[in-house]
Design a protein. Structure first.
Length: 449
């Protein structure tokens, strides 16, 4: 720094010092006063407004993406460029280097000028870091491609640097035109990214399976059949369940009917939802909600609640397009098929127990081959054989199998309806056709009236 410039700076400093204020106590007093006011404001907000808590974490919700607050989105996006074993580099090393570069700037940038337009290196470094943070934040909040991100970064960094770094020889009109063009380019890229994001969000909304009561009832019925029939019965009639105590002893507990007015009239949808999600451990009902260790998502529990409400609450007006039963009725002379009829019966009455993870002698009933020849007591059904194991147990007869005595099915609650038993018998008599086409080839035309 030459002596002439140094003397000029000192004179300017002395002049400003005369009309200024003392650091102590004047500036400190003002800082403390404002800090205390902000502290009181934060205490008030925390006490009277608070933060609305999000729902309890649901590990079954695959649509939920944990995201930080907006001021950390740039770091959240930055970590995507580092694989798992190098995540620490993107989370600590590189941000730490950039922060250190800014903190140590006065030590390695010894430019004597204090006016910002003459601090090219400092402005360039700061514009680079701020431009990167802005670009990464926008990229995290929107759907933006790689080329768009590079263009946005170049425009943001260039605009920041160009706006702050002004030289006397630059013409004002040209400078303003360039700044306007850059600003328009930035907003054009951001607008395009948000439009793409909104379009994708619209596609996701269109992909939602259940939008109407009828659709929710259909999905709820399938879920009820899979998750609830084992204890509550296919028609909500209840039954008995075996509960193992902590000492290893087993106890039979009654399960009351849930298809009654006593249940439906005295429980609103929120109560039903909470019972399914949290369970009733003292009554032998484990949690089904993903937030409590179960396997059902929030939407799935809502579907079950909708099914319960519109099926067993006679106050609820069932939509005209709702399917009252998932099991198609047999027409005159029609041969049942596994694809259309038998699979619907097993899904409704059997799969709740006869699926993976249940004690069922390895007998899984969710597909055609396993229904016939799966499990430890196979074959379970033989074409034309009225003494087949499955036919006998659903008609109320106990059978000796390879693993011992096979009890009546369903094991608790009321037996299958006569029409469904007849459907099984006719299916076995016809040779157990798999597909609807196979059954149609065997069906006889209905007699003319």
């Amino acid at each position: 720094m030459n002596e002439e410039y140094k003397n000029k700076v000192n004179k300017k400093y002395e002049k400003n010092l005369q009309k200024g204020e003392r650091f102590w106590p004047d500036s400190i007093y003002k800082d403390l006063l404002i800090s205390f006011a902000i502290f009181i404001l934060l205490i008030g907000l925390a006490s009277f407004v608070g933060v609305h808590p999000e729902p309890k974490v649901d590990p079954t919700d695959a649509t939920y993406v944990p995201r930080p607050e907006w001021y950390f989105l740039f770091l959240f996006e930055f970590l995507k460029y580092f694989p798992g074993e190098l995540e620490w580099v993107g989370a600590t090393v590189i941000p730490g280097i950039l922060v250190a570069a800014l903190l140590l700037l006065p030590f390695y940038d010894k430019n004597p000028y204090r006016f910002y337009t003459k601090r090219t290196f400092a402005l360039g470094l700061m514009s680079f870091i701020v431009g990167g943070m802005v670009t990464l934040t926008i990229k995290a909040a929107t759907v933006i491609t790689g080329p768009m991100a590079l263009a946005l970064f170049a425009l943001v960094w260039g605009t920041l640097f160009f706006a702050l770094h002004k030289r006397p020889e630059q013409k004002t009109a040209t400078r303003k035109s360039l700044l306007w063009l850059a600003t328009i380019g930035i907003f054009a890229i951001i607008g395009t990214a948000y439009v793409q994001t909104a379009a994708l969000a619209g596609d996701e909304e269109e992909a939602v399976v259940a939008n109407t009561i009828a659709e929710k009832m259909a999905l709820g019925q399938d879920l009820y059949s899979l998750q609830c029939v084992e204890c509550h019965g296919a028609d909500g009639e209840g039954g008995t369940i075996t509960v193992t105590a902590a000492d290893g002893t087993e106890e039979l507990l009654p399960v009351k009917a849930i298809n009654t007015k006593d249940e439906m009239y005295t429980r609103n949808d929120e109560t039903l939802y909470n019972i399914i999600a949290y369970g009733q451990p003292s009554l032998g009902m484990t949690p089904f909600g993903g937030a409590y260790g179960g396997e059902l998502s929030t939407s799935e529990i809502e579907y079950i609640v909708t099914y319960l409400r519109y099926t067993w609450d006679d106050r609820a007006e069932v939509p005209a397009d709702a399917v009252s039963s998932s099991i198609p009725a047999l027409a005159e002379g029609e041969v049942p098929s596994y694809e259309v009829h038998i699979s619907a019966v097993t899904k409704r009455y059997c799969v709740s127990c006869h699926r993976e993870g249940k004690e069922n002698n390895n007998y899984i009933m969710d597909n055609y081959e396993d229904l016939l020849n799966g499990g430890d007591n196979a074959p379970n059904i033989v074409a034309g054989d009225m003494n087949s194991i499955l036919l006998q147990v659903i008609q109320g007869n106990e059978v000796n199998g390879q693993t011992g005595l096979i009890h009546v099915m369903p094991p608790s609650g009321k037996p299958l309806k006569d029409e469904y038993i007849d459907m099984f018998i006719r299916w076995v008599e016809a040779g157990m056709p798999n597909t609807a086409a196979d059954a149609a080839a065997l069906s006889t035309a209905a007699p003319a009236e």
